[in-house]
Structures are given as structure tokens and as C-alpha cells.
Design a protein around this ligand. Structure first.
Ligand code: NAD
Length: 367
């Protein structure tokens, strides 16, 4: 497999592979496309990250940022290392990475798996640029305010119109009760939805009448897990997929909805909080089952929209307003075209994002 298989008309523009024997740093940066502006994309730290993963994630950011109408292209960086290493070692590694990318001015790093706002503060200290910063540095705490969960609830309020579903009284299932999952449940509860199934890495529960959400959120804040919560019935984690509901929200790992299990789903809408939670084949099968899928790069753009607002000096309420405006307009356009053109929402969204990147590219000339 060569790297060139990832090259097409959109990018990538730049690929940097970094080895630093002094700190044992092995990192990769892919700047995919910067036609709309400097690329924003997370810095991921995990032991098993690969170059291919970095290429795919960078392209996903190009499409997500274009779809969200941001003045930013897409990129991604990965450090191959255990994120649970001692703190001082991790800071040293992240700072070494920041020094290595200091002159790649068209890449703005943000937090991702294995990094957070504290590491972004170190990246900014070295390079002068980063998003997802601590509040003291002008950051908007996107996980604390639930930027992505809020965006999911906005997407769902539009999707519900197209599915003849009233969110008030609807039932939702959330797989992965972390930052995205908890806030999505909280914002949807404000619209009258009830949480009937939930899981985290330690277990899954169902409660057909609806969990007491405040009690469950408090239980999580105290360090509890779904498995040791008092209400509802403990179920096997695999069974969460089959819990009957109106809306099923994957908000944990990739590839949880596959050809071998998709037919067990009993829902009207799948709103993808996690990145790549379903295989392309499973998404086709869901479409065949009449299930509306709101694809990841449309539904979970709240976090990057918030990061872009932060970068341009905006505040929290401007971020929430921008998330609402952009995601509702995009979901509406995507679902209208999906109905008239008989294409899946993902096919329509991909074509809209490609069109936007290509039209931004017409202003770029060499020389
Ligand atoms: P998080 O770490 O806060 O929460 C993840 C949750 O998933 C945790 O509760 C964890 O226990 C649970 N989990 C892990 N493995 C599981 C499994 N096998 N089954 C059930 N639950 C499991 O992470 P997050 O920030 O909420 O991100 C969740 C997903 O959303 C990730 O795929 C992430 O890439 C994606 N995402 C996050 C954001 C954001 O703003 N945080 C933005 C876009 C996409």
C-alpha cells in the first residue's frame, strides 16, 4: 500500500513525518486542503495510530469544515505514543511535536483523543496557534458546554421534521455516555425526549419509561458508571443496538454498526455523534430499512465550529448561535436534496462539501 493512493484532486497538500530520537517522538501531520483557509484538525495521541488513519481523518476534517462553512481547510496530526504516560513526559513530547510543526503555518492543532486543552496551551506557547485552549488563554470550553452534543440536538430537531417525529415524547438511546453523549441527552431532554437506553465502557442499561437524567448525570459526575446505576435494567452492551427507540446516537467508538448487526436496530433515526460509527454497507442497509442517518461530519460538527469561533475571537454565545445556524441550514439542505435526488444524506452531504472545497480552490493559483 503506497501513500499515493490517498492523493486526489483535493489533497493532501502536505505530509510531514517526524522522528525525534531525543524525545522518542514519532508523529505525522497531514495538511489535506487549505483552499478555504488554514487547516483546523485535532492532535491525536494513541499507541496504534497509523499514517493511513491520519490521511483519512485529515480528509474527514476538510469535508467537515467545508460543510460547516468555516474559513478553514482540514488537517490532522497523530503522535504514536501511550497517552497515559507520566505527565511530564507527555508535555515534553507534545512540546517537541509543536517545535517540529512550528513553521507549518497553515495547520492549527486542536484537542483530540489522548490530548486536551492543557496540551493545546503548550502547543500555542511554542507555535503561537492552537484551538480548544483553556479559558485563561481565551478558549471556549467546548466539552464542558457540550458544543457537539448541542449540535446533535439541533441536527435532530431538523431531521425530526423530515421523519414526522415529534421530539417531545420521543425515545432516545445513547451509546457512550461521555462528553458528546451526556450533552446530547441533556439538550434533547430539553426538547422533551426521554433516554431509554444508555451505555459506557463499563456497561449498558435500559429503562423504557425513561431514566431520571439529572440523577444519572450526577451519578457520572461522582465517578459512577452506567453498570452500577440504580435505575432501569442492566443489559449486555451488545443488546443496546436492539433497544427500540426513535433516535439511536452512537457517541463512542468507530465501526459499531456493521453489516452483521445492523438488522437488529429498531429506530427511526441514527444521529452520528462518533466519527465513522457505521460501515458504508451498514449505512446503505439502514437506508433500505427506512432509517434516516445523519452522517458524522454533518451531525458532530459542533465542536469544530466552536473551535473556529474561538480562533476568530468569538465568545461562547456566538459559538452556540453559529452551531445552531450552520447545522440547521446544512441538515435541511442535505435532507431536502436527499428527498428530491433520491440519494442518501451522506451522498448529498459529501457532494455539497466537495463542491464547496472545489469552489474555494478556484481562487488558488500557483505563482
Ligand atoms: P469521551 O471520552 O468523553 O466519551 C466517550 C464515552 O464512550 C465514555 O463514556 C466511554 O466510557 C464510552 N465508551 C468507550 N468505549 C465504549 C464502548 N465500547 N461501548 C460503549 N461506550 C463506550 O469522548 P467524547 O468526546 O464524548 O467523544 C465521543 C465520540 O465522539 C468519539 O468518537 C469522538 O471522536 C467523537 N467526537 C467528539 C467531539 C467532541 O467535541 N468531543 C466532536 C466530534 C466527534
Amino acid at each position: 500500500m503506497t501513500d499515493f493512493q490517498f492523493v486526489d484532486a483535493l489533497g493532501p497538500e502536505k505530509v510531514l513525518e517526524i522522528y525525534d530520537p531525543a524525545t522518542n517522538l514519532h508523529a505525522i501531520l497531514v495538511v489535506d486542503n487549505v483552499a478555504a483557509g488554514p487547516a483546523i484538525g485535532g492532535l491525536r495521541m494513541a499507541p496504534d495510530v497509523s499514517k493511513q488513519e491520519c490521511f483519512r481523518l485529515a480528509r474527514a476534517m476538510t469535508l467537515k469544515n467545508a460543510m460547516a462553512g468555516l474559513a478553514h481547510g482540514g488537517g490532522k496530526s497523530v503522535i504514536a505514543a501511550d497517552p497515559n504516560m507520566p505527565e511530564s513526559e507527555k508535555v515534553r513530547l507534545v512540546r517537541a511535536f509543536a517545535h517540529a510543526i512550528k513553521d507549518v503555518l497553515d495547520y492549527i492543532p486542536g484537542p483530540d483523543m489522548g490530548t486536551n486543552e492543557l496540551y493545546m496551551a503548550h502547543v500555542r506557547d511554542v507555535t503561537g496557534r492552537a484551538v480548544g485552549l483553556p479559558v485563561e488563554l481565551g478558549g471556549i470550553p467546548l466539552d464542558e458546554i457540550g458544543a457537539t452534543g448541542y449540535g446533535l440536538s439541533v441536527a435532530l430537531s431538523i431531521a425530526a421534521e423530515f421523519s414526522n417525529l415529534d421530539l417531545d415524547g420521543s425515545s432516545i438511546v445513547v451509546q457512550g455516555f461521555g462528553s458528546v453523549g451526556q450533552h446530547a441527552a441533556r439538550f434533547l431532554a430539553q426538547q422533551g425526549a426521554r433516554l431509554v437506553g444508555v451505555s459506557d465502557s463499563r456497561g449498558a442499561r435500559t429503562c423504557p419509561d425513561g431514566f431520571n437524567l439529572e440523577k444519572l448525570l450526577e451519578h457520572k459526575r461522582q465517578g459512577g458508571g452506567v453498570a452500577d446505576f440504580s435505575d432501569g435494567e442492566l443489559i449486555d452492551s451488545e443488546e443496546l443496538l436492539a433497544v427500540p427507540c426513535d433516535v439511536w446516537i452512537p457517541a463512542a467508538r468507530p465501526d459499531v454498526i456493521r453489516e452483521d448487526n445492523v438488522s437488529r436496530m429498531n429506530t427511526k433515526i441514527v444521529a452520528q455523534g462518533a466519527n465513522i460509527p457505521a460501515s458504508p454497507q451498514a449505512e446503505q442497509m439502514l437506508a433500505g430499512q427506512g432509517v434516516l442517518v445523519i452522517p458524522d461530519f454533518v451531525a458532530n460538527a459542533g465542536g469544530v465550529i466552536c473551535a473556529a469561533v474561538e480562533y476568530h475571537g468569538g465568545n461562547q454565545s456566538q459559538a452556540m448561535m453559529t452551531i445552531s445556524d450552520r447545522i440547521s441550514a446544512n441538515v435541511r439542505e442535505m435532507l431536502e436534496r436527499s428527498a428530491t435526488e433520491s440519494l442518501t444524506p451522506r451522498a448529498v452531504a459529501t457532494s455539497i462539501a466537495h463542491e464547496r472545497v472545489r469552489s474555494a480552490m478556484q481562487y488558488r493559483h500557483t505563482g
